[in-house]
Design a protein around this ligand. Structure first.
Ligand code: SF4
Length: 921
């Protein structure tokens, strides 16, 4: 069948267009749905079109699936414009041109399959045979286009390269970097033609101090470097880092909080760490992520061989196509298109990763090709490892090998280290966590299927060789049967919990529901209550749960000791692969016993006096009224305490850097005490070097903060009106930030259609069935598009240039009044008293709000030529928060009408109107 004879459909917020043998015409939603039911239609992004049509069952010939098959691991923005650009076709100017583009794109992609020069041909014919069997809608159209290769294609698992074992690296040489050499390296990186940037040079020299030899045990060199946007931080620290790695033979870790910065670092580090440097074998730069980000080949094999059926099986085939061409097997934020998972179902992608630590290491037939193992080995030999804060903390705390432990670390986006430490060192005894632990010990039960195996199956050889080991495994299995299993939540809600942990969770739920006074009950939000004044009944149930957990912890500890002894004894059957597998199992058991110890400690203190180091509470997790988890939570009052022990004590040099390490009010006074405290340095008695450079950008000329005072708080129609008109005034290019998903959805629902009719597409997190990374790609790609989102966007959006010219915050971003927040607020007030810029609970809150405002404002001006407005809809914005904005930034309190004039004025004139301002001091 000719593709041009296939009808095509496109739907946006402004209407639907159908193209068939009669040409292209606008149609109503009902007619579009009827047409889709009659015959498979060409469409782009079926879930999105389905949500536009309000018809969730929509299916058809999705161009995104075809693209993923033809060009696996190639980037594409999943919009008509993105598709046209990716295929070199003319971009449709209006919505009614999209159906014709879909036909042309399908034709181009099918023609590619006939082209002898198609770079991704290998494996396509074999994959197609499976897809034919799975009745993939595209299979029939592709079959005549893809010729059977003359020689049988190697299947994926044979094609992937094996990683090489590398010898252990010697310790890094102890060297002191020369300041002039750092400056010279910086000049090399920035290019001889680049303008001289004294602030960047000073920054690079300051960063160099972290690489000096350590003066004492547990005494790392620490540098806190605050540098405004545009200083050139990345090259600033890569210059000394690359020099040190080259001269010392060691590894530098750069840790980020967002994926956007990770991508930027991957690009920029190419210049600092050229791959062709003499004497090296592996890649000099490696991106490391948590295991759960990578494809597990064993899970994929299981999915391809019947573990997945129906649509997920089609997805597995497309993932297998991608795996053969992927740079590193990273499924979350790597080269797997973020949109692929949402075309099928999210769980499908996560089921292909190693979520539960069930890796069997050398017992796995794909061990030598495993993406996770490759990344781990490559990082041990790399000069630069790019990772995120959580992974750096986990590796420092419990890396299997010394070579995997970071000792020279640059924490970029350093203002997030505190919250990353807060979640890394948290304990949560919840239903979801205990179910995972039960599965890890027992393996699949009842109707569960898949390759996953319990502890007994993974360590069968140990059990048959060692009687004590076998007993420990059997005891652990028996004890794990007391943990919640499938259906636990339903049993608790029905009042029929099973076993001591479910009893505890049922009591927890009851207590939270009876004590909550947050008003969240009706709104359907999560609920929480303090772990205080608990009755005798609760303590009794908690005691039985504690015994049950202890009964599991004991045999796991015995097993870990047996495994250690086995490795020492080295029996005949313990060859290299078996040893690696047992070492892997030992590591996995180690962190599970740590987990159990944390839970036992949490329960043990419930009846007695509180531990001032921790904040404990009980929570019922809900979204939109639906319960999804119940549990007890524990956080360190100061998470930098465990951070200092796990990360800083073993490190030799650590730098924390950001545009906002100190709070605006602190910066004004040259006060570093807050930043030093938040770095964890005082826990080890270390005094960090500090460095500060202001941003070189001309904020007075290029930016303006508008505080709109006449949009009443809580008035959704007024809020929606303000957003709609501001986006119209700026002609799109707006990022709208919300503190509540409910309000985001309400605003979106009221303005999306109207804006779309004016040619201003609006996208939203939590509304559009598109992952956040892809939403940002779409936003970046279309200067008329706008994006609404919540907290995650406040940091993760790096959109320089014209595409982002307006940021709108719905209100002052007050911290959520949670139990944890209240405890830290109180601790701050007790420590600093009621006066001064650091005193009192309000000062604590203000610092948090200023940090959020500064991060949100930081989205707006990314380069020296960016211009834009930052709007806060707040009738009562306290002046003390204005120091959140960079010095010199004009600030005005205005009506919405005046704000609209300003926003529209900048867009039409292309420059800033001079304004009387409450310029930020
Ligand atoms: S080694 Fe582990 S993570 Fe890697 S493919 Fe095998 S089971 Fe999966």
């Amino acid at each position: 069948m000719a593709v041009t004879s296939l009808p095509a459909i496109h739907a946006s917020h402004s209407g639907c267009w159908l193209r068939d043998h009669l040409g292209t015409r606008p149609v109503g939603k009902g007619e579009a749905i009827m047409a889709a039911a009659d015959t498979p239609l060409l469409l782009l992004n079926a879930p999105l079109i389905a949500s536009r049509l309000g018809y969730p069952d929509l299916s058809g010939l999705d161009l995104l699936e075809l693209y993923a098959f033809v060009h696996p691991a190639r980037f594409m923005v999943p919009t008509p414009k993105g598709l046209a650009q990716a295929l070199g076709l003319a971009e449709p100017r209006t919505d009614d041109g999209v159906p014709a583009l879909l036909q042309a794109a399908a034709e181009a992609l099918l023609a590619t399959c006939e082209d002898p020069a198609w770079p991704e041909r290998e494996g396509a014919w074999s994959a197609l045979q499976s897809l034919v069997r799975l009745r993939w809608p595209w299979a029939g159209l592709l079959a005549p286009k893809i010729a059977q290769p003359q020689r049988a294609e190697r299947w994926l698992f044979a094609r992937l390269p094996e990683w090489e074992e590398a010898p252990e690296r010697p310790q890094p040489a102890q060297i002191v970097l020369d300041g002039d050499a750092i400056t010279a390296r910086l000049a090399e990186l920035t290019g001889s033609g680049a303008e001289q940037r004294p602030a960047q040079q000073a920054y690079a020299r300051a960063a160099g101090a972290m690489f000096a030899p350590r003066a004492g045990q547990r005494q790392p060199h620490m540098v806190l470097a605050q540098a405004g946007t545009g200083t050139g931080k990345t090259f600033g620290y890569l210059a000394p880092a690359s020099l040190w790695a080259e001269q010392s033979g060691g590894t530098v870790w750069v840790s980020t909080y967002t994926k956007a910065l990770q991508r930027q670092l991957r690009r920029e580090s190419q210049a600092a760490f050229p791959p062709e440097r003499a004497g090296r074998t592996g890649p000099p730069v490696v991106v490391r992520k948590g295991r759960e980000n990578y494809l597990c080949l064993l899970n994929l094999e299981d999915a391809l061989q019947g573990g997945f059926t129906g649509r997920p099986a089609i997805m597995a085939q497309l993932v297998a196509r991608w795996a053969a061409y992927s740079q590193d097997g990273d499924m979350i934020g790597g080269d797997l298109p973020g949109w692929l998972g949402t075309l099928f179902r999210k769980r499908g992608i996560t089921a292909l990763t190693d979520q539960r630590g069930e890796c069997v290491y050398a017992g796995c037939p794909h061990f030598r090709k495993c993406f996770i193992e490759r990344a781990a080995r490559a990082s041990a030999g790399a000069e630069l490892v790019i990772a995120n804060h959580a992974l750096v903390m986990i590796n420092a705390a419990r890396a299997r090998e010394v070579a995997q432990r970071p000792t020279r670390i640059v924490f970029d986006e350093g203002h997030h280290v505190f919250e990353a430490a807060d979640s890394t060192f948290a304990a949560a005894l919840t239903g979801a966590e205990t179910v995972e632990l039960r599965r890890w010990v027992i393996g699949p039960e009842g109707s569960q299927r898949g390759r996953r195996r319990g502890l007994a199956a993974r360590l069968a050889d140990v059990a048959s060789y060692d009687a004590d080991g076998a007993r420990a495994i059997a005891d652990a299995r028996e004890a794990a049967a007391a943990l919640p299993g499938d259906g636990w939540l339903a049993r608790i809600v029905e009042g029929a919990p099973f076993g001591p942990i479910e009893d505890l969770l049922a009591e927890t739920r009851e207590l939270v529901l009876s004590r909550d006074e947050s008003g969240g009950q009706e709104a359907g939000y999560g609920l929480e209550t303090e772990a205080a004044q608990l009755g005798g009944g609760f303590i009794e149930v908690a005691g039985r749960a504690q015994e049950a957990l202890e009964a599991l912890r004991q045999p796991l500890m015995r097993l870990a000791l047996r495994l250690e002894a086995l490795i020492e004894e080295g029996p005949d059957w313990l060859d290299g692969p078996a040893r690696a597998r047992i070492e892997g199992a030992r590591g996995a058991i180690g962190w599970r016993t740590d987990l159990l110890s944390g839970w036992v400690a949490l329960l043990a203190r419930l009846g007695g006096p509180g531990d001032p180091e921790f904040v404990d509470w009980l929570a019922l997790e809900r979204s939109e009224g639906r319960e999804w988890d119940i549990g007890l939570h524990r956080r360190y009052l100061d998470p930098m305490k465990p951070f200092a022990e796990a990360v800083l004590a073993g490190a030799h040099g650590v730098m924390m850097t950001s545009a906002t390490l100190t709070d605006g009010a602190e910066t004004q006074n040259g006060d570093w005490s807050g930043a030093v405290e938040r770095s964890g340095a005082p826990q080890l008695g270390v005094r960090p070097e500090v460095f500060a450079a202001p941003s070189p950008f001309d904020y007075a000329k290029n930016a303006e903060v508008l505080i709109v005072t006449d949009v009443p708080k809580g008035d959704i129609p007024a809020l929606a009106n303000a957003y709609g008109r501001l986006i119209e005034a700026s002609g799109g290019g707006a990022l709208g930030l919300f503190t509540a998903i409910r309000r985001l959805r309400a605003v979106y629902g009221r303005i999306a259609d109207r804006l779309a009719r004016g040619g201003l597409p609006l996208f939203a997190q939590h509304v559009d069935p598109i992952d956040t990374g892809t939403l940002v790609d779409i936003f970046r790609d279309d200067p008329r598009a706008s994006l609404l989102g919540t907290d995650a966007l406040r940091d993760g959006v790096d959109v320089p240039g014209h595409s982002l010219r307006l940021v709108v915050m719905e209100q002052v971003p007050w911290p959520k009044p949670s139990i944890l927040h209240r405890a830290r607020r109180l601790a701050h007030a007790e420590k600093f008293g009621g006066g001064g810029s650091r005193g009192g609970g309000q000062a604590h809150d203000d610092r948090i709000i200023r940090a959020r405002l500064a991060q949100a404002f930081g989205r707006l001006i990314r380069t020296g030529t960016d211009k834009g407005h930052f709007v806060v809809l707040s009738s009562a914005f306290p002046s003390r928060l204005l120091s959140a904005f960079p010095p010199g930034t004009p600030v005005r309190r205005v009506t919405l009408d005046a704000a609209l004039q300003s926003v529209a004025g900048r867009v039409s004139e292309g420059s800033v109107t001079p304004l009387s301002s409450e310029t930020r001091p």
